[in-house]
Design a protein around this ligand. Sequence first.
Ligand code: SF4
Ligand code: SF4
Length: 297
Amino acid sequence: MKIAIASGKGGTGKTTIATNLALSLADTGIHVQLLDCDVEEPNCHIFLKPEIEKSEPVTVAIPEVIEEKCTGCGVCADVCEFSAIAVVKEKVLIFPELCHSCGACTLFCPEGAFREVPREIGRIEEGKADGIDFVQGLLNIGELMSPAVIGAVKRAGGEPDVLIIDSPPGTSCPVIEAVKDADFVLLVTEPTPFGLNDLELAVGMVRELGIPFAVAVNRSDVGNEDVREYCRREQIEIALEIPDDRRIAEAYSRGEMVVRALPEYGKVFEDSWHRIVDLRNHATRTGQPLGQTATEG
Ligand code: SF4
Ligand code: SF4
């Protein structure tokens, strides 16, 4: 079972839920692996405090000009969709940070004047934390190619009983890369107008991907009822609710795991896990991803 924890915006409690769900399952003897795919700002490690055993660079292939073959024709600049090449006075300029490693310039150069060279854009780190196998990705500052690092983190994943992916916030390319092959997505939100707006965007994304999903409402006893009404209207299950408990905020500010500081929350996460498994099984049995409305289903 591969479950992605996602949210339409940052700061909703996504990492709190990913790490505490992982730990509460590991505490029951389940083999859990947690992949921190929020590679621009990975922070699962702050709470899990893993012992890192392995660290490897992540590289992408970028073009390099073979000067003696280049005629300065400009074809490469024309085919590059990402403005990563300019040809000025028959001299080729490459902007590595903009290159998406699509290979089009190498393919279309009439003179065969490119070779591909590796460029480091980040790292992946692997280790263990409190019975959890842990992998995180770190994108180098100023780099744009987070999907490449996310892909590397996912390739480093093994075959545990449960694989939990802490995805980046939002609904753009990095999130799609993180959640696209998940068996289930848990969308974390808060019961506020902003929370609802971003939830609607995230729901649109997972419906487009056709992945079964449910919602987790953090600080569930503040704000208003709009998120619940939206979920009712759209036939979306709420699999987890975490109240606005000051003790959780205090544990968070100390970098502590909620299920360690407040053991009674272990059962809350375990119960939500059973609910998620039921929802996933229902979707598999019926071929109807829950959360899809009747008309879309
Ligand atoms: S397409 Fe090839 S030959 Fe033409 S400018 Fe680019 S590198 Fe040089
Ligand atoms: S590999 Fe693709 S993105 Fe990179 S410079 Fe060539 S055409 Fe542009």
